[in-house]
Design a protein around this ligand. Structure first.
Ligand SMILES: [Zn+2]
Length: 480
């Protein structure tokens, strides 16, 4: 479709275009796709303005709160309905200042970043000999008290993979390492950054509270610094490190989810949920994680909002808060996602599908639908619409759909997945380099195209995405 035609599609309403009512959902999906691919989306201006106005948006910070207020105002101005903010209490974490040096065998600077929720060091810093473990499993195999007064370090490398699978494999060392180190008497924990780059930048990320506290100061090293420590140790020399951090906690902070809708014309109580998160880590400006995701889902919703005819079901955009941080008290994990699932518990049976955009801005290359619909006519239509923009059907059902929609998916809402190319995402993720210049505008719009077309098809259908009970067996089969 030409750009002119795409603009016409977006600007005409039902009264001006009586024939539009007869346009098939598949034709409309193709028009949405083509309009987005031609660049007629709000995605770039959204992520540009969000990251420029507010910069980093740590959970519970004034920046995150102001970004949420801005997003709500912007969503109203774009024509979304039922726009509102739902706040929830959190314990915020503030990085403060930090530094690290190799003390022995010679004095050298180290590039580090405290892990999220890490406690500070004593005000004079702390020093210890480093004991290196190739993996978290090796650390767990160390005897009790064997690390007394030492600094434990896990040097495992994250594997680069198109679907980002290396991240899930590497993250347990970050979340559980401080606890395992402390249980063996260590005074601090070091981790080779969970990332795929060789830059001298450390990748932060959340760790885990144990009984309401992170037990020891914990830091990520840039990968070249982890290499340097490993080589020093391999020379047979004692490696001694000095660490300093003034990190602190804000117990009575709050974060918030921003919610907006395109109300359905026939069954507005049925919801297709589309999520991303507004908070970010504090070192960059959260452009690829996850300003871009908020831009993609908002732009997809806006394209659907501007159609001459509403979808049958409601499209709900949720911009979650506090995705990046753990919490000291249950339920822990991703706080915005839990808050949404709790607040909207009574509606979840009417949530027909949920998906999330939180893997950067590189192009989408596959889609996955719930098992119940994966082989059917709906999936064939999706494949016809998305193949022209390079998106194929995944051979696997949706899995690890995302931290924000995780709680509603756990509660039984069927999941939708559009998988992005993550080959380069973890070069930047959770570093000071997560800035707007890393966002490729054409790939951003390809994401919008896929989300808009697929969400429209689901929202304008009456397809039941929930698992079907097997006839006869559903109520009688005894669970082992
Ligand atoms: Zn994210």
């Amino acid at each position: 479709m030409s750009a002119v035609l795409a603009l016409m599609l977006i600007s005409l309403d039902a009264t001006e275009l009586p024939a539009a009512a007869a346009t098939s959902p598949e034709t409309v999906a193709a028009q949405l796709r083509d309009a987005a691919m031609a660049g007629h989306t709000t995605a770039w201006s959204w992520v540009s303005e969000l990251t420029t106005r507010f910069g980093p948006r740590p959970a519970g910070s004034a920046n995150e709160q102001q970004a949420a207020a801005w997003a709500a105002a912007r969503l109203k101005a774009l024509g979304f309905e039922n726009v509102h903010i739902e706040s929830f209490p959190i314990t915020a974490w503030v990085r403060g200042s930090e530094s690290a040096q190799l003390i022995a065998p010679s004095v050298q600077p180290l590039v580090i970043a405290a892990l999220g929720e890490s406690p500070p060091t004593p005000s004079s810093g702390l020093e210890g000999d480093v004991v290196i473990f190739p993996t978290l499993t090796d650390l767990k195999a160390a005897p009790p008290a064997s690390l007394h007064g030492k600094i434990a370090m896990v040097s495992q490398r994250m594997v680069r993979a198109q679907d980002g699978a290396g991240y899930g494999a590497a993250v347990p060392a970050r979340t559980d390492g401080p606890k395992e180190a402390a249980e063996r008497g260590a005074i601090a924990f070091l981790l080779r950054s969970v990332g795929t780059d060789s830059h001298r930048l450390a990748h932060t990320g959340t760790t885990r509270y144990v009984d309401g506290r992170v037990p020891v100061p914990a830091f990520a090293l840039s990968s070249p610094d982890a290499d340097q420590i490993e080589r020093s140790a391999a020379l047979g020399q004692t490696v001694r490190v000095r660490l300093f951090s003034t990190a602190s906690y804000v117990p009575n902070a709050h974060s918030q989810n921003v919610i907006a809708e395109v109300r359905g014309r026939e069954r507005p109580q049925e919801v297709v949920l589309l999520g991303a998160h507004l908070d970010s880590w504090d070192q960059g400006t959260g452009a690829i994680d996850d300003g871009a995701g908020t831009a993609i889902v908002t732009a997809a919703g806006k394209l659907i909002r501007d159609l001459p005819r509403r979808p049958r079901r409601t499209v709900r955009v949720v911009l979650f808060g506090a995705e990046e941080v753990a919490q000291p008290t249950p339920p822990g994990g991703t706080f915005g996602g839990h808050s949404y699932a709790t607040n909207h518990q009574a509606e979840l049976a009417q949530h027909v599908l949920a998906g999330e955009s939180d893997l950067g801005t590189d192009r989408i290359y596959s889609f996955a639908l719930p098992v119940a619909t994966a082989p059917g006519e709906f999936a064939k239509t999706v494949l016809r619409i998305l193949t022209p923009i390079g998106v194929l059907a995944s051979e696997h059902p949706p899995e690890d759909v995302g931290a924000d929609v995780g709680p509603v998916v756990e509660a039984g809402v069927p999941a939708l997945q559009l998988t992005q190319d993550a080959m380069h995402y973890f070069d930047i993720h959770h570093t000071a380099d997560d800035t707007l210049d890393k966002v490729d505008r054409a790939q951003l719009d390809q994401n919008v195209a896929a989300w808009a077309a697929l969400v429209w098809l689901a929202a304008d259908s009456d397809v039941d995405f929930r698992p079907r009970a097997r006839s006869g067996a559903a109520n009688t089969a005894a669970k082992p």
